[in-house]
Design a protein around this ligand. Structure first.
Ligand SMILES: Cc1cc2nc3c(=O)[nH]c(=O)nc-3n(C[C@H](O)[C@H](O)[C@H](O)COP(=O)(O)OP(=O)(O)OC[C@H]3O[C@@H](n4cnc5c(N)ncnc54)[C@H](O)[C@@H]3O)c2cc1C
Length: 402
């Protein structure tokens, strides 16, 4: 039997971030993942300022990531009217980037190993229980593992959640999104982040995120239960790619690199349990993606680090660990979630989305602050947390300033 301080299920962004934070605090951490890295994860590969700051803090070196693509310009096309361009600051660090999940997640696994986290790849969780003193797991290829605490970082379908019998009955995510890698991209889409709000699937959107050498990650997301069903998505994708403005954006030589793939996005901060006994749920397993943009890498890193912090600081008191973690997640991500939910309601209406973007693009000040507001850590909740203004939420530096 393996005996460790903390067992982490899943070595994606949430699990590796938790592992690194625990190892730095001197705890023994075992992270298991059923996959072998580098592995793909269906994602837009977009890294916000919050995600970048945390990758920086966790020791991920962009110089070692082949697909790393810094981004300074964002183009947003409203349902009505012309596309608008927004510039991110070019000095004082990096505010947005794109990198494939194959590369980013493998880099996080490397960074975690360097910090001393024991990572077992190709090792699936088979059974999990929690009791007064710890957690016990059965892991394929590893055997029985006993730990004082467990961190469930095992994604949208979290087997840990199922094995412990917690979670929302029948929950299948709030969004469903298609992703496809393409090559031969020219023009704006080769270097800039592009988001098109299309009239027929609001509040969903089409994206094109640039990768090096004329490649891009393109895709679209729709709200579950909205105007289109999940079954419609394949036909809708063919239709979207044939739209003149999409064809013009990607250029005449674009071609798919791999078949498209789809995956749900969970956005239920506070509804899906954050703790069960001595197990804390982080990242997609805690359903903490942003309900407006669908981004979740930054939140996965953040909740992973938060869980590690509370385990470490309240080590002898499991109830305090769970309460502290739940309270911090709701304080940090709850307001963001409420604000994004409001914005989603506005974006559902064609006119609302167009007017909002027109206001955002009124002058240099609104353009600069709108885009920083979209890309910062948890700034959308600012309306609910005036204290953040005093701390200068929209004037902080980016990541990788060295
Ligand atoms: C189409 C799409 C586009 C997206 N675009 C973006 C974007 O551009 N930017 C952004 O920030 N977010 C985006 N997201 C959200 C983002 O992908 C997730 O929020 C993020 O991956 C969550 O990280 P995680 O570590 O919680 O989970 P994951 O990355 O899903 O990692 C979970 C890990 O658990 C492992 N696992 C699962 N079951 C077991 C088991 N039984 N035993 C052991 N291990 C197991 C898996 O192999 C996996 O490695 C997108 C999501 C989708 C679906």
């Amino acid at each position: 039997m393996l005996d460790v301080d903390v067992l982490i299920v899943g070595a994606g962004p949430a699990g590796t971030a938790a592992g690194i934070a625990l190892a730095r605090a001197g705890r023994s951490a075992l992270a298991i993942d059923k996959a072998t890295f580098p592995r793909d994860k269906i994602c837009g590969d977009g890294l916000t300022t919050g995600a970048l700051r945390r990758l920086d803090e966790l020791g991920v070196d962009p110089g070692r990531i082949p697909s790393w693509m810094p981004v300074n310009e964002v183009v947003v096309r409203p349902p009505y009217g012309a596309a608008r361009r927004f510039s991110l600051p070019r000095d004082n660090g990096l505010y947005a980037a794109v990198a494939t999940r194959r590369d980013i997640d493998a880099a996080l696994v490397d960074a975690a190993r360097k910090e001393g986290v024991d990572i077992r790849e190709g090792s699936a969780l088979l059974a999990l229980t929690t009791d007064d003193d710890g957690v016990t797991a059965e892991v394929g290829g590893v055997g029985v593992v006993r730990a004082r605490y467990g961190i469930a970082a095992d994604g949208m379908w979290s087997p840990s959640r199922k094995l412990l019998g917690v979670g929302l009955e029948g929950y299948r995510g709030d969004w469903h999104a298609f992703r496809q890698y393409v090559e031969g991209v020219s023009g704006v889409a080769a270097t800039e982040l592009v988001v098109f709000f299309e009239q027929d699937f609001l509040p969903g959107y089409f994206w094109s995120f640039p990768l090096p050498d004329g490649r891009a990650n393109i895709g679209f997301g729709i709200q579950r239960g909205g105007t289109h069903s999940i079954q419609d998505m394949k036909a809708l994708w063919t239709d979207i790619l044939a739209r003149p403005h999409v064809k013009e954006l990607l250029g005449p030589d674009v071609k798919p690199v791999e078949p498209h793939r789809a995956w749900p996005i969970p956005c239920r901060t506070g509804d899906v349990p954050l703790a069960a006994g001595r197990v804390l749920f982080v990242g997609d397993a805690a359903a903490v993606c942003d309900v407006m943009t669908g981004e979740g890498i930054g939140q996965a890193l953040q909740t992973g680090m938060m869980a590690a912090h509370h385990i470490n600081s309240s080590w002898h008191d499991a109830a305090a660990v769970a309460a502290g973690y739940e309270s911090e997640v709701m304080t940090e991500l709850g307001p963001d979630h409420r604000m994004s939910s409001l914005l989603v309601r506005a974006l559902k209406h064609r006119k609302g989305a167009s007017i909002a973007l027109a206001i955002a693009a009124t002058n240099d000040w609104t353009r600069r602050n709108f885009i920083r507001w979209l890309f910062e850590d948890s700034p959308r909740g600012i309306a609910y947390r005036p204290a953040l203004w005093r701390r200068g939420a929209l004037s902080g530096p980016g990541a990788y300033r060295d």
